[in-house]
Design a protein around this ligand. Sequence first.
Ligand code: ADP
Ligand code: ASP
Ligand code: MG
Length: 444
Amino acid sequence: MDKGKMGLRTITAKFGGTSMGTAKAIAQVAEIVGGMKGPKVAVVSATSGTTDKLILLAETAAVAGNWREILDGLIEKHAVIMQELGVKLSLENFWKELGGLCEEVQKKGSLELYMRDEIIGFGERISSNILPAVLVKNGFKSVAVDAYEIIFTDNNFSEGNVDFEKTYKAVAEKLPPLLKDGVIPVVTGFIGQAENGQYITIGRGGSDYSGAIVAGALDASELQIWTDVDGIFNIDPRLEPRAKALEKLSFKEAAELAFFGAKVLHPKTIKPAIAKNIPVKILNTFNPSAPGTLVINDEEESIKSVTYKKGISIVNICSAGMLTAPGFMSKLFQVFARAHIDVDVVATSEVSVSVTVDNGEADKILDQLAKFATVRTQKGMAIVCLVGAGIIHNKHVLKDLFAAVEEHDISMVSQGSSKRNITFLVKESEAQEVVKKVFNKFFI
Ligand code: ADP
Ligand code: ASP
Ligand code: MG
C-alpha cells in the first residue's frame, strides 16, 4: 500500500512490561505517546510481573490452592497504580470475570490450555484500559482496543499462529477511522482471537509481535519498541556494565539476536516489519532522549553483538551406517517437525547427528527416535551466539573466539546458514562467564 496515498504516516509504539510497571512509568508512557506527532497507535504489555502472577493464579486454581490470595494481590497492585495516577476507572468487571474463570478451573481440577490463555491475557486487557484513561486525563482522545477484535489466529493455544489476511483486514477496518478522528487507540499486546472464538495468546514476550502485526497492518511509518534499556546492545546490559547500545542493525542481524536469546526483541517481531519494510526503533521509556537502535534492511559488515540462550538440550542421534543412507535425515527431521519442535543448531558427523532443542522438548521425541537410532541427551546447556553481517569473512574471528573461551569446554561450533552468526554450545552454568569473555575479546 502506498503510504502517501493513505495520507496517514502512523507510528505504532509498543510499551513493554517495565514501561507499564508503575504509575510513574505509565505517566511517562502517556507523555511519550501524547508528544508524538501525527497519528499513533500504542500497543501495551501487562504491568511487569503480572503475566507470571496470572500463570501462577491459573495453576493454583487448578490444584484448588489459595488462588484468591493471588487474585487479591493483583487487584491491590492495580488499584495502587490507578490511585497514584489519579484516574477513575472501574476494573471491577475484569476482576469478576477473572475470578469466575478461576472458579471454573478449580471445579474442573485441571488447566486446559485455552483456559490458561484466557486467564493470562487479563494483564494486557487491564493495562490497555489504564493507558487511555491517563491519556484522556491529559486531554487526548484515546480508547482501548481489545486485540480479540483485530488479531486472529489458529487454535494453537499459548502460541497462536496469526492469520495475517483476516487480521490485516480487521485492523484496517477498525483503526484508521479512530486515527482520522484524532483518537489514540491503545491495543492489548500478547492476545488475539482463536479460530474457535476463544481468547488466545501468541507466545511469551509476544506484545512485541502484536506491535509488529499492528504496524504491518497499518503499513506504519515506524514501529517503536519502548523498553527499559537504550536500545539493542552489543551484550545484554544487565550482564555487563560496559555494554554499548548499537546505532543501527539490519533486520537479519536483529532476527539472529532475538532468536538466540536477546530478550530485547521478540523473534517474530521482525517478520511483519521486514515484509512491509517498516523501520523498527528500540527506545528507552526511562531515557526517551537517547537515540535508540534503528533496525532496517541495510546492512553494514561488522561484528555487532554477543548473546546466549539458556535451557538447551543437545540430542545426539547415532545410527551406525545409516546416516549417509538416502532418506535418513529426512526421516529424522520429520520426527521433530511432527512434534512441532524447533531445532536451533545442527551438527553432523559420519556416525551421528547432534541437534539442539529447548529443554523439555527433547523428552517428547525420545521414544520416536529410539525406534531407529541410539539417542543420548545432554540437558542444561546454553547456545552462545556472536552476530554480525560478514562475520564469516573475518579471517580472525574463529581464532579469536577459540582464544577467548579456551578454558571452557565448548561443542557444536557452527556457522549459521545465514552467514551472520557463529554459535557454539557450553554448559549453562558457564554461559554468562563465556559470554563476558567473548565480549571482552571482540568489543573492548
Ligand atoms: P519489555 O518488558 O520492555 O518487553 P524485555 O525484558 O522483554 O522488555 O527486554 C528488555 C531486556 O532485554 C533488557 O532489560 C535487557 O536486560 C535484555 N537484553 C538482553 N540482551 C540484550 C541486548 N543485546 N540489548 C539490549 N537488551 C538486552
Ligand atoms: N505480558 C506478556 C509476557 O509477559 C507479553 C509481553 O510482555 O510481551 O509474556
Ligand atoms: Mg519483551
